[in-house]
Structures are given as structure tokens and as C-alpha cells.
Design a protein around this ligand. Structure first.
Ligand code: FPP
Length: 262
């Protein structure tokens, strides 16, 4: 029989505030349709929710916020909608970056950015350079991103290392593999939120969300304000995270007040 190994819980400093929140911002199109507006009006309104969630994250002490802004599959949308989304990203970068910098937010874009218009790539690089030293909140915008793409690009780079003789395939373990994913230096998401009523992961941070708490809400993204986000954070604070252990084991290593609320 296997002897019990010491119980170690990953991540999550006080058990109440998620260190890393990942969000699928869904429902912009429906929000606009309900108001007889073009879908793109929903995306524009969605920028306000991005602002609200960033500000609330800073207030509540969330350290990393990863937002799914544009998936690898979104290129298949009508050309006009894709164009407007690109323009929106460019203008949001222009209008928001200074404010983000003043709030000590570090901005990073994850995904295959080479497919974006030159102007957008240039703006992204500038914004990342300007905010690189900030540490109050890491804001990661996933653009032309897919969870499978992320795992695949890591596998491809690892295979190249192995072919070059720099890595022995036998030494590949989860920790080594994780080091080749999109944000190897940051902890994995603790809380995964999806707005807009659907209950699926849609190819977002798949590997990294293995132990994330899932939170689904019917609220459409443009209506997801500070209060709605606060409710999601509070809900997280009441959950007990077990990481495959029993409830008793979790309580024996972490006081009830830290890990098992409500
Ligand atoms: C999903 O709603 C939303 C998107 C594909 C785009 C998200 C973009 C923003 C919120 C704009 C700004 C973002 C940043 C980071 C500046 P949907 O169009 O799929 O809505 P539907 O399901 O109701 O059709």
C-alpha cells in the first residue's frame, strides 16, 4: 500500500480572493440584438465591462486577470465584424494604456499575434513595453488564442528541443511542459468565469484551468459590471477547493476559515 505523502495545496494565498481570474466575455451580440442595435455596438459596450472588471480586480487584490478577447475561431465571423473588433482593440489600446499604466497594470497579449494587422501588433508591443515593469495587476488579453493551440505550440517547441538534443524526452513532466505554455511565469487560473449563459470552456486556457473553479452566469458581458463581478469573487470565496484531496485533508492543512467558507 502507498504511504500517505504530506498534503500540499497549490496556489491561492488567503483562500478567499482568487489570485488569477480567467474570463470568457460572452454575450455582446445578444446584448446588442435585444436593443435592436448592430452586434458591434455590443462589443463597444463590452469595453466598459473590461474597464469595470480591471478596476474591481485592482480593488479586490486579484493579481492576474486573463480575458478571452478573440479566439482562433473568431476569424470565421463576418469580415465586417472582424474588422470592427480589430479597430476596437486598436482604439482601446490607444485610449486605455495610459490609464492602465497609471494604475500600475502590466498588459500582456497571449496568442498568435502574427496574424493581426501590423498596426495592432505595433500597438501591442508598445503597450507591453510601457507597462512591463508594473506589478499591481497582470492583465492578459488572449487574442487569436486557443487552448489547443497553446498546448500544441508547447509540444512543438519541446519536440524541437528534444530533436536538438537539449531535452531528454524521459525528463518531460508536467512542470517542464507547463514552462512552454503561454504564461509560464504566472500561476494558473483559480477562477474561470463565463458570462452569457453558455456552460462550456470553448477552448480557453485548457491545460492551465485543470483545477480552476468554474462560474457561469446568464448576465451578458456588456451588463457584467463591478457588482456582478464582485458576486463571482464572493462565490469563489465560499467554495472549498480540494485539488483531488478529501475535505478532511484540506481542513487539516488549512484552517476552515481559509479554505472552506460557507
Ligand atoms: C463574445 O460575444 C465577445 C467577443 C468575441 C469579443 C470580446 C471583445 C470585447 C469585449 C471588446 C474589447 C476587449 C478588449 C480586451 C479591449 P459574442 O459576440 O459571441 O456574443 P453573442 O454570443 O451574444 O453573439
Amino acid at each position: 500500500m502507498k504511504t500517505a505523502t504530506p498534503v500540499v495545496l497549490p496556489s491561492d494565498p488567503d483562500g478567499r480572493t482568487p489570485r488569477h481570474v480567467a474570463i470568457i466575455m460572452d454575450g455582446n451580440g445578444r446584448w446588442a440584438k435585444q436593443r435592436g442595435l448592430p452586434r458591434t455596438a455590443g462589443h463597444r459596450e463590452g469595453v466598459k465591462s473590461v474597464r469595470a472588471v480591471v478596476e474591481e480586480s485592482v480593488r479586490r487584490g486579484v493579481q492576474i486577470l486573463t480575458l478571452f478577447a478573440f479566439s482562433s475561431e473568431n476569424w470565421q465571423r463576418p469580415r465586417s465584424e472582424v474588422n470592427i473588433l480589430m479597430e476596437l482593440f486598436i482604439s482601446a489600446l490607444r485610449s486605455e494604456v495610459r490609464r492602465l499604466h497609471e494604475s500600475q497594470v502590466r498588459l500582456r497579449v497571449i496568442g498568435e499575434r502574427a496574424a493581426f494587422p501590423e498596426k495592432l501588433q505595433h500597438r501591442i508591443a508598445e503597450a507591453e513595453a510601457l507597462t512591463a515593469e508594473n506589478s499591481r495587476l497582470n492583465l492578459q488579453v488572449a487574442a487569436n488564442y486557443g487552448g489547443r493551440w497553446d498546448i500544441m505550440q508547447a509540444a512543438r517547441r519541446l519536440a524541437a528541443e528534444a530533436r536538438a538534443g537539449r531535452i531528454d524526452p524521459e525528463e518531460i513532466d508536467e512542470a517542464l511542459f507547463s514552462g512552454y505554455l503561454s504564461f509560464p511565469d504566472l500561476p494558473e487560473p483559480d477562477l474561470f468565469i463565463r458570462t452569457g449563459g453558455e456552460q462550456r470552456l470553448s477552448n480557453f486556457v485548457l491545460w492551465q484551468s485543470a483545477y480552476a473553479e468554474l462560474y457561469f452566469t446568464d448576465t451578458l458581458w456588456p451588463a457584467f459590471d463591478e457588482a456582478a463581478y464582485g458576486q463571482a469573487l464572493d462565490d469563489y470565496g465560499r467554495r472549498q477547493r480540494r485539488f483531488g484531496l478529501t475535505g478532511d485533508q484540506v481542513e487539516s492543512v488549512a484552517p476552515v476559515s481559509r479554505y472552506a467558507r460557507g
